[in-house]
Design a protein around this ligand. Structure first.
Ligand code: ATP
Length: 316
C-alpha cells in the first residue's frame, strides 16, 4: 500500500532561551524551527525512510519555506501542502518555566494552518495512501475536520490503516459534535498513541486498565501508551503487553518527543519490524529528540538512531 499521510497543522516555533514566567518581559529567542505536531510526526517517518506525505497549508512566506524545505529534505512528499496567498504560516512562541511546564503564544486560528481544505491534489494523494495519521486536536479546526472525515473514510474503505494521537488535554471540554467525532475517530484507530492522561480522556473512563479494556471494546486494535521519561507500554487486544524502557538522556527540550516516538513506531512497523523492534526505535526517536533544542531538530535517521541505541543506556 501507498505512503503514510499525515493531516494537520504546520507551524514554526520560536523558543525563548531563558527560563521564566510567560512573555511579559523581553527575552532572547531562537528560531524559527519547523514545527506542528503532525509535521514533526511525518518528518520522523520520512527520516526513517518510510514513504510519507503531508497534507496542510503554509503561507507564501519564509516561515512556510522553513517547513516545506525541511520536510522535502526528510524525503516527505509536500505536493499536498498548499500555499495560502492571503494568510501567513502559523506560529507558536514557547517559553519554559522552572518546573518544565511551558507557556505558549499561538497564531494558528488566523493562519494558513487553519484554512486548508480538500482539493484535487489532496484527493489524489489520499486515493493512493496506505496509512493515515491524525491528531485529535485537529478536530477543533473546521477545515481540517472535513479533510480528516473524508480521508479516513477513503483510506479505510481501500484497506488502509489509521493511527490516532488523541493529543487532547484531559480537562478540555469539546462541544457535543466534536466529542462525537473524536470518539468515532478513536474507535476506528488501528493504532492509538495516547500519552499520560489522554488514555483515560480517549476512553472516557478512569483508571489505566479500565481505559485499555474500554478502548479495545470501542474497536481500537493496538495501543502504545507514552509515559515520557518513564518509557512506554504496548497493549494488544489479546492481553499482550510489552514494556519499552526509556533511554537515559539529558532533556533539553521536551517538545516533539511524542510525535517522533509515534512516527518512528509506525514507520518501523510499516517497514516490517516486530512490535518490540519498533518500540526500541520509537523510544530512541523520542529520547534523541529531547536532547536537541527545537521541536523536530533531533528527529533521527535510521543510522543516527542505530548509533544512539548502541551508545545509550536504558532504564532498568
Ligand atoms: P509531546 O506532546 O511533548 O510531543 P508526548 O506527551 O506525546 O510528548 P512523551 O510521553 O513525552 O510524549 O514522549 C514519548 C516517548 O519519548 C516516551 O514514551 C519515551 O520513550 C520518550 N521520551 C520522552 N521524554 C523522554 C526523556 N526525558 N527521557 C527519555 N525518553 C523520553
Amino acid at each position: 500500500l501507498g505512503p503514510t499521510v499525515c493531516v494537520g497543522e504546520i507551524l514554526v516555533e520560536i523558543v525563548a532561551t531563558t527560563v521564566g514566567d510567560g512573555f511579559l518581559e523581553a527575552q532572547p529567542l531562537v528560531g524559527p524551527f519547523a514545527s506542528g505536531a503532525p509535521a514533526i510526526f511525518i518528518s520522523q517517518c520520512g527520516r526513517l525512510g518510510g514513504k510519507s506525505a503531508m497534507v496542510g497549508a503554509v503561507g507564501d512566506d519564509d516561515f512556510g519555506r522553513v517547513n516545506t524545505d525541511r520536510l522535502k529534505r526528510d524525503g516527505v512528499d509536500v505536493s499536498a501542502i498548499s500555499i495560502d496567498p492571503d494568510y501567513p504560516t502559523g506560529s507558536a512562541f514557547v517559553r519554559y518555566r522552572k518546573d518544565g511546564s511551558r507557556d505558549f503564544v499561538y497564531n494558528i486560528a488566523t493562519s494558513a494552518a487553519a484554512r486548508f481544505g480538500w482539493s484535487q491534489t489532496v484527493g489524489d494523494l489520499i486515493d493512493r495512501s496506505g496509512h493515515l495519521h491524525v491528531m485529535g486536536s485537529a478536530l477543533s479546526v473546521p477545515s481540517a475536520r472535513e479533510v480528516i472525515d473524508k480521508a479516513v473514510d477513503i483510506v479505510k474503505a481501500r484497506g488502509g490503516t489509521l493511527s490516532v494521537d488523541p493529543n487532547i488535554r484531559k480537562e478540555l471540554k469539546l462541544d457535543e459534535d466534536t466529542e462525537r467525532r473524536f470518539s468515532k475517530l478513536v474507535a476506528m484507530a488501528d493504532l492509538l498513541l495516547p500519552s499520560g492522561e489522554e488514555l483515560e480522556r480517549a476512553a472516557g473512563v478512569e483508571g489505566e486498565a479500565e481505559a485499555i479494556r474500554r478502548l479495545f471494546e470501542m474497536g481500537v486494535k493496538e495501543i502504545v501508551l507514552k509515559r515520557g521519561a518513564d518509557g512506554a507500554t504496548y497493549f494488544g487486544r489479546q492481553g499482550d503487553r510489552i514494556e519499552a524502557p526509556a533511554f537515559v538522556v539529558r532533556e533539553v527540550d521536551p517538545t516533539g518527543a511524542g510525535d517522533c516516538f509515534g512516527g518512528a513506531y509506525l514507520t518501523s512497523r510499516r517497514l516490517g519490524m516486530s512490535q518490540k523492534q519498533a518500540l526500541t526505535y520509537a523510544s530512541a526517536a523520542g529520547a534523541r529528540n529531547v536532547t536537541v533544542l527545537g521541536p523536530m531538530e533531533g528527529a533521527g535517521t535510521r543510522q543516527e538512531l542505530d548509533a544512539f541505541i548502541a551508545s545509550t543506556e536504558r532504564r532498568p
